[in-house]
Design a protein around this ligand. Structure first.
Ligand SMILES: CC(C)(COP(=O)(O)OP(=O)(O)OC[C@H]1O[C@@H](n2cnc3c(N)ncnc32)[C@H](O)[C@@H]1OP(=O)(O)O)[C@@H](O)C(=O)NCCC(=O)NCCS
Length: 192
């Protein structure tokens, strides 16, 4: 039977990435309100169904600058990943992601999804530089960004209050020219 998860936009080995559909909205509510997930994200207020619905309604209007994908593994949505604030003049953007199904953390799903996303950003959208940020206590996210070729560009000291104290915000970025050799190697080792 055809399901929403049969839709494939970017295809890897462990994951596929597809556009968001309205049936995904309730799942986002579960993921994004979960304190274990939320602690790593910028949101800190309860996210209501109406908020998510409005966000979803806006997605198709803003796709010139913001592109969001669901990450599918084992035929189930496990999280999402996006390219945001696309600047067509400077050829830059920022990426963000979370895996809401926590049993999938730390098993290479994020890295594969991010490499597929960067392949799309660099080799389809023709972006030049992709940026991201991560809170200093989020070792896993920092590590997977470095694995995908991002490098630290700077830090805002004690910028964000989470879990009872202030944390540094680390700014990272990857240039297409530095990422291409990494992609060739990753594709050969992990996607064949
Ligand atoms: C960040 C996230 C998308 C990464 O995806 P993932 O599938 O868990 O990441 P991967 O398994 O591909 O890579 C994680 C790497 O970090 C390493 N790692 C895990 N915990 C770590 C820690 N505390 N410190 C340093 N490295 C760590 C893992 O060993 C792995 O590297 P390896 O493959 O060389 O062993 C996912 O963990 C997630 O959604 N976390 C919660 C929300 C979040 O943090 N979002 C990002 C906000 S910036």
């Amino acid at each position: 039977m055809e399901t929403n998860n049969s839709i494939q936009f970017l295809r890897g080995k462990k994951v596929t990435l597809r556009p968001v559909v309205k049936e995904d909205v309730p799942r986002f509510l579960v993921w994004i309100n979960d304190p274990d997930v939320r602690q790593y994200l910028s949101m800190y207020l309860p996210v209501m169904e109406a908020d998510e619905q409005a966000w979803f309604e806006n997605l198709s209007k803003s796709k010139e600058t913001d592109i969001v994908f669901l990450i599918i593994a084992d035929d189930q949505p496990i999280g999402c990943m996006g390219i945001h604030r696309i600047n067509w003049k400077d050829k830059t953007a920022i990426t963000g992601a979370f895996i809401g199904e926590k049993k999938y953390w730390g098993k290479g799903y994020g890295t594969e999804a991010k490499m597929l996303l960067l392949n799309y950003a660099f080799n389809s959208l023709n972006l030049r530089k992709v940026c991201a940020s991560v809170l200093s206590f989020n070792g896993r996210s920092h590590a997977y960004q470095l694995k995908c070729g991002y490098k630290e560009e700077g830090r805002r000291k004690q910028q964000v209050y989470k879990n009872g104290r202030y944390w540094d915000e680390i700014f990272t970025a990857v240039f297409k020219k530095d990422w291409l050799p990494l992609w060739r190697k990753y594709r050969k080792t992990n996607l064949r």
